[in-house]
Design a protein. Structure first.
Length: 287
């Protein structure tokens, strides 16, 4: 599923089209995605002005002039389209037209009108309309940890969250209550760069190493955002191009290949933790 850099890339692609735009001709083509659409969804969007586009974890949030926020989650194959154009090329086919386009609208900014669609072939994504003043208290957001690119994320935060924790650090970092938006790909990359074993108990990692890890997480995510996201499987960014960070993965997806660290004779291994694949070098990332 798209991770934080992919969602941020989509946010940045939609921002110039939707920010300040009036929403018109809103159409809903089915009653539900993963969850039912909100009651009277088209009517509540119709005529509203998008004040801005935010991101919280892997959610897109668009506060509206009506006092509600339009919340979208891409799920696995969800994507926004602009003027009907397929937004990038995909490793796996995921249709964006016909029965797979589940809602559409027109965004009017001055003399420019852009048709915005949302397609989700597997329907694991979802949308909501919630009061803007109550966003942080909503069940989707209330338990989320700090943003990994925000001021609340640090080695000290990780040390407190992991104190006495026996669960391995890989799975612990995927807990959205610890840090919001981190996913499997970038956790593997960050642990590799920080030279921390994914198998070690989270509570046994020293504070200095957690400070290094926090800094590395910021670097990995920042690089991925600049590159436009990883573009694995069904993800493509909102301006029609693909990201290229996957070409710079140090460890993810490289099972059986030589470790890229200078002077290391290790071979990348793959193991399964919490139902997700972990890629790591047993020499560079000793316990």
């Amino acid at each position: 599923m798209p991770e934080l850099p992919e969602v941020e890339t989509v946010r940045r692609g939609l921002e110039p089209v939707l920010t300040g735009a009036r929403l018109t001709r809103v159409r809903q083509n089915r009653p539900d995605l993963r969850f039912p659409f909100p009651d009277r969804f088209p009517e509540r969007l119709e005529g509203a002005i998008v004040e801005r586009i935010d991101r919280r974890a892997k959610y897109l949030l668009m506060p509206l002039s009506t006092g509600e926020s339009w919340v979208s989650h891409l799920g696995m194959t969800g994507r926004f389209t602009l003027d009907g154009e397929q937004l990038g090329e995909f490793e796996e086919a995921a249709p964006i037209a016909g029965k797979h386009e589940h809602m559409s609208l027109c965004a009017v900014r001055g003399a420019v009108t852009t048709r915005v669609g949302f397609a989700d072939a597997r329907r694991f994504g979802f949308m909501g309309l919630i009061p803007t003043v109550g966003v942080e208290a909503h069940p989707w957001f209330a338990a989320l940890g700090p943003e990994p690119l925000g001021n609340g994320f640090s080695g000290a935060h990780l040390a407190e969250a992991f104190s006495g924790k026996k669960q391995n650090i890989k799975v612990s970092l995927l807990d959205q209550r610890v840090v919001a938006g981190l996913g499997n790909i970038y956790v593997c990359e960050a642990l590799y760069r920080a030279r921390i074993s994914p198998l070690i108990a989270a509570g046994k990692v020293s504070k200095p190493r957690l400070e290094t890890l926090a800094a590395v997480v910021r670097d990995v995510l920042g690089e991925a955002i600049i590159a436009g996201g990883s573009t694995l499987k069904d993800f493509a960014n909102a301006d029609g191009g693909q990201g290229y960070f996957q070409h710079r993965f140090d460890v993810y997806g490289r099972e059986g290949q030589p470790c890229l660290a200078e002077g290391c004779a290790g071979v990348v291994k793959r193991t399964v933790q919490g139902g997700r694949s972990t890629f790591w070098c047993p020499i560079c990332q000793k316990r």
